[in-house]
Design a protein around this ligand. Structure first.
Ligand code: COI
Length: 363
């Protein structure tokens, strides 16, 4: 058994064998096909051990592993691109590394040193370059995550953690193109002082029951309101929310109950660069619905790493009232989506320095 060290990541001989015998399934959807290798590192006695590229495998978890009981877990979502063979590229991976450590702080978990986080993601992407889909809108969806790996039932912060990065050659998140969104008027996702701004599994678990109810009514997603007054728009679990008013885009200003989306912040900077006015402010749901009715608001869209920019074709209330916005991409949504994809996929200029070019690893 031999190994090599790249970006401070130990490349296991078994990983090379796994890569050599892998071929990408002909049909890919979102998050189902997985690359044959992953990154793994363990934290114990106050420090991280080696970060390693290893063959993808199931984990052996003790039934008392703390994450299974107390949910001490965080994750990130990011993408590798190789559209028309121009990559591999990563998009603002430093932002994911930073946010990961903010989530870690909130969830009483150790930081992953930025260089180890970046080295892990870069190494995995370089070795999986051949498995990145080449069609626009497709990508290698990369999922770094960390969980409490200590085994015992005491409710106290774990002293052992596991960091992993897995990757999935993926197609578009929504096969439907646009989405129907139900305003959640009852349940709440996050409250002030809670963990809504951390990317932790519990926030997503908390959203699932509402999602089931929304699907029964013919919607794809729910739009969350603030926990205290249920008046202000927050986010959509895994997506942030934007509305288009004339030549201007509006999005709820960040609070402790909204995830600071990297796609959200990139759209804001990119739109300003393109001459589109951006307003970050508190947004009352009832004002928005009125404005859709009157035509003042002509487009709404969801954005996030997985969904890129996805148009919302209808907003709905529990009483059955619908606020249609149009089935197709509105002009502003389309313009921003194209600009973002050109930037991420390497088919356009990158005036911001956000696109990181990697070398494909040879093995
Ligand atoms: C992402 O966009 O990367 C997310 O984390 C959404 C995910 C829950 C599918």
């Amino acid at each position: 058994m031999t190994s090599n060290t790249i970006n401070n990541v130990v490349v296991d001989h078994g990983a090379i064998e796994a890569l050599k015998s892998f071929s990408l399934p002909a049909d890919i959807s979102f998050g189902k096909a997985l690359t044959p290798v992953m990154i793994e590192a363990d934290y114990d006695n106050g420090k991280w051990g080696e970060f390693k590229l290893v063959p993808y495998r199931s984990l052996n978890i003790d039934p008392t592993c703390k994450v299974l009981h107390y949910g001490q877990e965080i994750f990130e979502g990011m993408k590798g691109y190789n559209t028309k063979g121009a990559g591999p590229f990563l998009f603002r991976p430093d932002q994911n590394a930073e946010r990961f450590n903010l989530s870690a702080l909130r969830m009483a978990m150790p930081e992953v040193p930025i260089n180890d986080f970046l080295g892990s993601v870069e190494t995995l992407t370089s070795y999986c370059a051949d498995f990145i889909p080449v069609n626009s809108g497709e990508s290698l969806y990369i999922r770094p995550f960390m969980y409490a790996s200590e085994s015992n039932l005491g409710i106290k912060p774990s002293e052992k953690f596991k960091f992993l990065v897995v990757a999935s050659p993926s197609a578009a998140y929504f096969s439907s193109g646009s989405v129907k969104v139900l305003v959640e008027e009852d349940a709440v996702r996050a409250c002030p002082g809670g963990v809504g701004a951390a990317k932790t599994g519990g926030n997503y678990a908390a959203s699932l029951l509402s999602m089931i109810e929304a699907k029964k009514k013919g919607f794809h997603q729910v739009l969350w309101l603030d926990a205290l007054k249920k008046e202000y728009i927050e986010e959509m679990s895994g997506m942030n929310f934007f509305a288009v008013y004339g030549g201007e885009i509006r999005t709820p200003s960040l609070t402790s109950t909204i995830l600071n989306g990297i796609t959200r912040k990139s759209i804001i900077e990119m739109a300003k660069h393109l001459g589109v006015k951006v307003v970050e402010q508190e947004m009352k749901i009832m004002d928005l619905l009125e404005d859709i009715k009157s035509g003042k608001c002509s487009e709404c869209f969801a954005c996030g790493t997985a969904v890129i920019i996805t148009p919302i074709d209808t907003l709905g209330l529990a009483n059955g009232e619908l606020f249609p916005l149009g089935q197709n991409y509105g002009p502003t949504t389309k313009k921003l989506r194209e600009a973002l994809l050109n930037l991420q996929e390497g088919t356009g200029e990158d005036p911001f320095g956000w696109r990181i070019k990697l070398e494909a690893a040879s093995y």
